[in-house]
Write a protein that binds this ligand. Structure first.
Ligand code: NAD
Ligand code: DAU
Length: 365
């Protein structure tokens, strides 16, 4: 007797990841390829934060890279028509708060206008699918806890019902994008889910963010610049736990819903820096035998600096069964060891050398 299996179109059609050459997107793609069968197409503009060397260890033929802007309507429409994805996961963004304070333009262009255009392309594509494909399609928008603003020490953690009160240009641009995603579901029925996550850390994070910047400066003998009094609190989550949460929301999240994702791991910045110094003192002691803590320098605060973020992830746990696997202590040790084992990755990012081949490869196109 022979058994004929009708191939499940959703199982073989790819997912489209935008911003997959960045920190979280590249970790997500690595995790996806390890756990799932469906191919991945990575659409990334390769801004300063996009680094194809984040994939130098990956030889999986199910991964295709396309260089492009989420706001390039023709490119995105053509791409969707060619690859026919079963889901779009939007990681693409300008992501650094300090940069948004110095120059907000790119944040509006990508996070607001880019997301708008991507939504319009997704809507156009989704409307042309047959009924079964339309039913299976998802637009997953990756966002941040910063949309909720700041908390006082005694406030309860952010839940999905908190009002949006963004304080930085970055946070405002992400809040705007979240609103657009919500409206495209409410008005047009586009099948969307949104995630709002706390501070991530782990391998391949661009060394402008707190943890990789402190590791790099410590090892280079530079000051460790702590903003203000260093008592601002962030809720830290290992990037792999965030990526697992996104996979979970994609598979089981209810349409039109938002899901808060966090590590239940609130730490003051100064404590994070002290812990990093303690780890480095053991793993890579300074030549003079003194602690890296000697390099700590309190510097002028970030304008409008949010005092505290904390995430209530009860909905993720209760509804979808997700909990973080990594503790901050083990995750930070693993992260420091990754940066110590991969000095060339950081050096090439700091020197800009990682962009050389991009110039070579794309300038004549
Ligand atoms: P990142 O800055 O490391 O990477 C962003 C990526 O997007 C880069 O590869 C960049 O080249 C690409 N990109 C930027 N503009 C683009 C455009 N117009 N078109 C196509 N690609 C473009 O950022 P990240 O830390 O990996 O964050 C990814 C997403 O997760 C962002 O949406 C961010 O808001 C969100 N997020 C980040 C954190 C965090 O702690 N890093 C926490 C919660 C949510
Ligand atoms: O909460 C999620 C957000 O976390 C994401 O949406 C953002 O994309 C991501 O960049 C991050 O934003 P933060 O501003 O919290 O991260 P950053 O690493 O820039 O800073 C963390 C804290 O450390 C913050 O309170 C500022 C402080 N800091 C940062 C730097 C770079 C310093 O004290 N010194 C520094 O040099």
């Amino acid at each position: 007797m022979s058994v004929f299996q009708i191939p499940d179109p959703a199982a073989s059609s790819p997912i489209l990841v935008t911003g997959g050459a960045g920190f979280i997107g590249s970790n997500f793609i690595r995790l996806w390829l390890a756990r799932e069968t469906a191919p991945v197409v990575n659409l990334d503009k390769l801004t300063y934060a996009g680094n194809l060397e984040n994939f130098s260890d990956l030889t999986d033929r199910r991964l295709e890279f396309v260089r492009g802007d989420i706001g390039d309507v023709k490119l995105v429409k053509d791409l969707l028509a060619r690859i026919r994805p079963r889901a779009i996961l939007n990681f693409a963004a300008e992501s650094h708060v300090d940069r948004s304070i110095h120059g907000p333009d790119d944040f509006i262009a990508t996070n607001v206008v880019g997301t708008f255009r991507l939504l319009e392309c997704a809507r156009d594509y989704w409307q042309r699918l047959d009924a079964a494909e339309r039913e299976a399609f998802r637009f997953l928008h990756v966002s941040t806890d910063e949309v909720y603003g700041t908390l006082a020490a005694s406030d309860p953690a952010f839940s999905e019902t908190n009002a949006f009160k963004p304080n930085s240009p970055y946070a405002a641009s992400k809040a705007a994008s979240d609103h657009l995603v919500r409206a495209w579901h409410h008005t047009y029925g586009l099948p969307v889910v949104t995630t709002n996550c706390s501070n991530n850390y782990g391998p391949y994070q661009f060394p402008e963010k707190l943890i990789p910047l402190m590791i790099h400066n410590a090892l280079s003998g530079k000051p460790l610049p702590v903003y203000g009094d260093g008592m601002q609190v962030r809720d830290w989550l290992h990037v792999e736990d965030h990526c697992e949460a996104i996979r979970c929301v994609l598979a089981k999240g209810r349409l039109g819903e938002t899901y808060n994702i966090g590590g239940n791991s609130e730490k003051a910045n100064i404590d994070v820096v002290h812990t990093l110094c303690d780890i480095l003192d053991t793993e890579r002691p300074r030549a003079d035998g003194n602690s890296y803590k000697e390099q700590i320098a309190f510097v002028k605060d970030r304008p409008g600096h949010d005092r505290r973020y904390a995430i209530d992830a009860a909905k993720m746990t209760g509804e979808l069964g997700w909990t973080p696997k990594e503790t901050f202590e083990t995750g930070l040790l693993q992260t420091v060891r990754w940066y110590l084992a991969n000095p060339t990755w950081t050096e090439r990012v700091i020197s800009g050398a990682y962009r050389d081949w991009i110039q070579k490869n794309y300038s004549a196109r």
